[in-house]
Design a protein around this ligand. Structure first.
Ligand code: WT7
Length: 638
C-alpha cells in the first residue's frame, strides 16, 4: 500500500528515516508503483559531481502507472473534468478507461508521424483535454514533452523549439481566453519560420478561427486520431530516461530547459500529492495552474493521475464572465481540494466579497497555495472566505527544479502557520547560508536557502548545457543545491520563504529573468540600454519597472513606454509587460560595468540614503539624478 503519513508522530518517524536510511525509505515509497523491472540501486552519485541518479536499473512507463494499473478497479471513475472558457458551452468528462483510450490513440498517432523514443515534441495548447492527452501520449511512447505555456509569444515559442530540437509541434487553431481570441496557430506559424527541426504540426480544432495550413507539414488531430487504435503498447523506459523538458527563467541569459527523468520524478510526484494534500479516494482535485508550468505538470497531470484522483481543468481566466466563475465551478463539480496562487487570491480579495456571497463551497476540504510567498492578509482571506474557516491551507514551496513540493504542511497532519510553508517533506534537508557561505543555525535569521541532498524529483540537468546546470545551482555553495530563494526558519523549525535573492522576478507567480526582459527591451531602436527591477505590488506580488537609456534625450516618454510594453509582449508574452518605463540618462554601474539593480530597487522604494555598499559604484552622480527624478515623478505602480 501507498506510503501515507497519517499522524504527527509518523511524520517525525518517516522524516528521520528518510534522512538516516534514505534508500530504505524511498525504496518503500517506490514499491507502491508498477515496475516492469525493479531497480538495482535506489540512489547513486551526488552534488559533488552533480551526477545524482535514482532507481537505476529499473524499467517502467509512467503512463502504465497513471492509467493502465487503475483500469482494474477504477475504469469507470472520472479521471478528467474539463470546464470550457464559455460557461454556456458543454464541458467534457473522461473516465479512466476513456482517458486511457484517448492517450493510446494519440500515442499511435505520434508514432504514425514518425515520433519515437527520445524525440522531442513541443506542445503549445490551451487548457483542453487534448493537452493532458498529448503529454501522456508522449510519455507512453518515450518521447520527451516540452510544453510551452499558450500565453507565450511566437518568439518565446521559437526559442524553446530551437533549443529542444523538437520534431513535432502540437497546437490548436485558436481559443478564447475570457472574451479575447488567441490566434494560436498563427503564432505557431510565425515561430516555425525559423525552426527547421519541426517536421510536422498537429492542429487540434478548438475554435473556428480561419487558419493557414502548410501542406505536407500540418495535419488535423481530429482527422487522424479517429483512425488510430485505442490500444498502444507502452515503451519500456529506463529510470533515468528523460520524461520532459520544461523551460524556466534564470538570472542570466535565455530560459533554461530543465530536464526531468522518469522514475524519480514519478515516485516524487505520486508521493507528494498523496501526502501534502492527504488525498482521499473519489475526491475531486482542482489545481488552477496551466499545464505549461511545473505546477501543472506535477499537480494537474502526473501526481493526481498516479493516485487515481479526479482532476479538473478549466480553460478560461478567473474573471470570465464574472469574478464568481471559480466559485461557481467549485460548486458545480463539488471540488474537494483547491490549489491556486496567492496572486489570484489577492485579486479576488481586491474585487470584494460579494462575488462569493452566493457560493456554497461546502464541498471544499482543503486549500493550497503555490508560486510565491503568501502574505498573511491573503492567507486569512482565503481561509475565512473560501475555506469558511474549515479547511486547512497548505502553503507549498517548490520550484521547476525540485519537480514536486519540497517544503509544506501536510494537510491536517503537521501544524500550519500563516505565511509559512512549514516543515520539509521527507528526504528534503533545507540549510540556510549567509552571503559569505557560513551556515546559519540560529532561528529567525534570513539566509540563502539550499538543500543538502538529492531527492528523487530533482531536475537532472539543463538540456544541452550541464555546465550551466552546475554553475547555476551547485557553485555558489559547493556541495549544496542553491534554490535562489531567501528564507527564515523559526524556533519551531517552520520555513518562511521571503522571495528570490537573484535576478529573477515573480509577477503573478510567473518567473521572469531580468536578462531576458532587458534583451527584449534593448531591441527597441531608440534604447541604448536598460535595467529591469521588481517593485512590490499589492495584487501581482511583484511588478516590473524598466529603466531605459535612450539615444536622444528628447523622447516622447508615453509613446516609448507603449512601444516597450508592446515589444516585450511580442517577444516574451503579456505576462512579462513592464508596469512602467522610466527614461534616465544613465544606469548605476560597478567599475566592472555591471548594472546595480539593487540600487535602483531601493531608489524606487524612496530610499536615498543607506544604499548598501556602493563603494564599487562607478557613477554616483547618476544615482542622485535618478533619485531626484523619482522624487518629482513618483512611480505609479499599485
Ligand atoms: C519559485 C519557483 C513550483 C511551483 C510554481 C513556481 C517561488 C514557489 C512558493 C511558496 C514562497 C514560493 C520561489 C521559488 N515560490 N512556491 N509556497 N512560497 N515562494 O515554480 O516558476 O519554478 O518558481 O517560486 O521563489 O524559487 P517556478
Amino acid at each position: 500500500m501507498a506510503l501515507r503519513i497519517t499522524s504527527l508522530r509518523e511524520y517525525d518517524q518517516q522524516y528521520q528515516r528518510s534522512i538516516e536510511e534514505p534508500e530504505a525509505f524511498w525504496s518503500e515509497v517506490a514499491s507502491d508503483f508498477h515496475w516492469q523491472q525493479k531497480w538495482d540501486r535506489v540512489f547513486s552519485g551526488g552534488f559533488e559531481h552533480v551526477d545524482f541518479k535514482w532507481f537505476e536499473g529499473a524499467r517502467l512507463n509512467i503512463t502504465e502507472n497513471c492509467l493502465d494499473r487503475h483500469l482494474k478497479s477504477h475504469a469507470s471513475r472520472t479521471a478528467l473534468i474539463w470546464e470550457p472558457n464559455d460557461p454556456k458551452e458543454n464541458g467534457r468528462t473522461l473516465t479512466y478507461r476513456q482517458l486511457y483510450e484517448e492517450v493510446c490513440r494519440c500515442s499511435n498517432l505520434l508514432r504514425l508521424l514518425g515520433i519515437g523514443k527520445g524525440d522531442t515534441v513541443c506542445i503549445y495548447l490551451p487548457m483542453i483535454p487534448e493537452l493532458v492527452v498529448s503529454v501522456l501520449a508522449c510519455a507512453r511512447i518515450g518521447a520527451v514533452h516540452s510544453v510551452v505555456f499558450g500565453g507565450f509569444s511566437a518568439g518565446s515559442l521559437a526559442d524553446r523549439i530551437r533549443d529542444s530540437q523538437a520534431k513535432l509541434l502540437i497546437t490548436a487553431d485558436g481559443y478564447y481566453r475570457g472574451s479575447k481570441p488567441v490566434n494560436l496557430k498563427s503564432m505557431a506559424d510565425e515561430a516555425l519560420r525559423n525552426c527547421p527541426s519541426v517536421k510536422h504540426v498537429l492542429v487540434v480544432n478548438r475554435s473556428q478561427f480561419p487558419i493557414s495550413i502548410v501542406p505536407g507539414r500540418d495535419s488535423y488531430w481530429d482527422q487522424l486520431i479517429a483512425k488510430c487504435s485505442p490500444n498502444c503498447e507502452p515503451e519500456s523506459m529506463e529510470a533515468e530516461d528523460p520524461l520532459f523538458i520544461l523551460y524556466t527563467s534564470g538570472s542570466t541569459g535565455k530560459p533554461k530547459g530543465l530536464l526531468h527523468t522518469t522514475a524519480g520524478y514519478m515516485v516524487y510526484a505520486g508521493f507528494t500529492f498523496l501526502n501534502v494534500f492527504q488525498y482521499r479516494e473519489n475526491e475531486i482535485f482542482w489545481c488552477t495552474a496551466d499545464v505549461g508550468w511545473i505546477t501543472g505538470h506535477t499537480y494537474v497531470v502526473y501526481g493526481p493521475l498516479l493516485n487515481a484522483a479526479t482532476i479538473l481543468i478549466y480553460e478560461g481566466v478567473p474573471h470570465h464572465p464574472s469574478w464568481s466563475r471559480w466559485w461557481d465551478i467549485i460548486d458545480k463539480y463539488r471540488v474537494n481540494i483547491f490549489y491556486t496562487a496567492p496572486t489570484a487570491i489577492r485579486s479576488f480579495e481586491a474585487q470584494g466579497d460579494q462575488h462569493l456571497a452566493h457560493a456554497n463551497l461546502s464541498s471544499l476540504r482543503l486549500l493550497g497555495s503555490v508560486g510565491e510567498p503568501i502574505n498573511e492578509e491573503a492567507w486569512h482571506w482565503f481561509f475565512q472566505k473560501v475555506g469558511k474557516g474549515n479547511c486547512p491551507i497548505v502553503d507549498t514551496w517548490w520550484q521547476t527544479e525540485t519537480g514536486g513540493i519540497a517544503i509544506s504542511t501536510l494537510a491536517g497532519i503537521t501544524p500550519q502557520k500563516p505565511a509559512h510553508a512549514g516543515w520539509p517533506l521527507p528526504g528534503i534537508v533545507p540549510v540556510l547560508f549567509d552571503d559569505n557561505g557560513r551556515m546559519i543555525t540560529q532561528a529567525g535569521v534570513e539566509g540563502n536557502l539550499c538543500l543538502a541532498r538529492s531527492w528523487p524529483g530533482q531536475a537532472r540537468t539543463i538540456y544541452g548545457d550541464h555546465q550551466r546546470f552546475i554553475q547555476t545551482y551547485f557553485s555558489r555553495f559547493p556541495g549544496y543545491y542553491f534554490t535562489g530563494d531567501g528564507c527564515r526558519r523559526t524556533e519551531q523549525g517552520f520555513y518562511r520563504i521571503t522571495g528570490r535573492v537573484d535576478d529573477v522576478i515573480k509577477v503573478s507567480g510567473h518567473r521572469l529573468g531580468t536578462a531576458e526582459l532587458e534583451n527584449a527591451i534593448n531591441q527597441h531602436p531608440e534604447v541604448v540600454e536598460s535595467a529591469v527591477v521588481n517593485i512590490p505590488h499589492a495584487v501581482t506580488g511583484e511588478a516590473i519597472v524598466a529603466f531605459v537609456v535612450t539615444r536622444s534625450l528628447e523622447v516622447d516618454v508615453q509613446r516609448l513606454e507603449q512601444e516597450v510594453i508592446d515589444l516585450v509582449t511580442r517577444s516574451i508574452g503579456p505576462i512579462a509587460k513592464p508596469k512602467q518605463v522610466i527614461v534616465v540618462t544613465g544606469l548605476p554601474k560597478t567599475r566592472s560595468g555591471k548594472i546595480m539593480r539593487r540600487i535602483l530597487r531601493k531608489l524606487l522604494q524612496g530610499e536615498t540614503s543607506n544604499l548598501g555598499d556602493s563603494s564599487t559604484l562607478l557613477n554616483p552622480e547618476i544615482v542622485t539624478e535618478i533619485a531626484e527624478q523619482l522624487e518629482q515623478n513618483p512611480v505609479r505602480v499599485n
